[in-house]
Ligand binder design. Structure first.
Ligand code: ADP
Ligand code: ADP
Length: 222
């Protein structure tokens, strides 16, 4: 599903050169739930940004869903991202001026041929899946952290993505809420077969996934 070959990322400024990723080779199969762990600065966010097609590697190739994405134009990349990928962030990244249901609908606004009625219907279905049908008209700041993250998950799944990329999804939550969010992701992985890649510092959460990839200093160490 995701095949990273010889991925390298070097950040260059006038005076400093940082090798953030050094010859990364990772194969993630369809339906897998993988955790990525490692100390701060080891390249986890860089890797997730590259898998999310938000940032280009300085070397190597990426195949996602049988497509050589490193060769795609900017426009095709944006389309691929919108159709195939869902994102979950540590700090939720919800829009505070929009209601819960409007937040969830956002990814569909960029798709052609989906009516307003259809968007609503699918947003309600997504909110039902995350157990928030009773909070559609609320605003993000009226919700707990765990509820906000569940809204973000509904937004991530509304477009039926093949792959979900999650950056410290439980990092801002207490253990009970973290557990809830983690269980929800496990359920999505199991019932929908969504491939999930999750960066986490939390060993307990990581252990619930199928595989842990450990990073250190820009390299995969196990
Ligand atoms: P992690 O997510 O594991 O904390 P990052 O991927 O954020 O690690 O960072 C990996 C390395 O790349 C670090 O040394 C960081 O300072 C550097 N880095 C990350 N982003 C940039 C950037 N935009 N410009 C320069 N260096 C960066
Ligand atoms: P998230 O985006 O996962 O919700 P935050 O917004 O709290 O998490 O950001 C996590 C950390 O990653 C911040 O310290 C931010 O500066 C850093 N970060 C995010 N994107 C980049 C990037 N492209 N390059 C370097 N650092 C980044």
């Amino acid at each position: 599903m995701i095949q990273l070959s010889n991925i390298e990322k070097v950040y260059r400024t006038k005076t400093i050169e940082t090798i953030a990723l050094n010859n990364i080779n990772i194969n993630i199969t369809r339906g897998e739930f993988v955790a990525i762990m490692g100390p701060s600065g080891c390249g986890k966010s860089t890797l997730l940004n590259i898998m999310g097609l938000l940032d280009a590697p300085t070397g190597g190739s990426i195949i996602m869903d049988d497509q050589q994405v490193t060769a795609l134009s900017r426009k095709k990349l944006a389309l691929f991202r919108n159709l195939k990928l869902g994102f979950i962030f540590q700090s939720y990244h919800l829009i505070n001026d929009l209601s819960v249901i409007d937040n969830v609908e956002l990814p569909l606004l960029y798709r052609k041929g989906i009516s307003g009625t259809e968007r609503r219907k699918r947003a309600l279905e997504a909110l039902e899946k995350v157990g928030l049908s009773a909070r559609t008209k609320h605003y993000p700041n009226q919700l707990s952290g765990g509820q906000r993250q569940r809204v973000a998950i509904a937004r991530a799944i509304i477009g039926n993505p093949e792959i979900i990329l999650a950056d410290e999804p439980t990092g801002n939550l207490d253990s009970a809420m973290g557990e809830e969010v983690m269980n929800l992701m496990l359920q999505l992985n199991k019932t929908d077969g969504t491939t999930i890649v999750m960066v986490t510092h939390d060993e307990l959460m990581a252990k619930k996934t199928q595989r842990i990839i450990h990073f250190f200093d820009g390299q995969q160490v196990s």
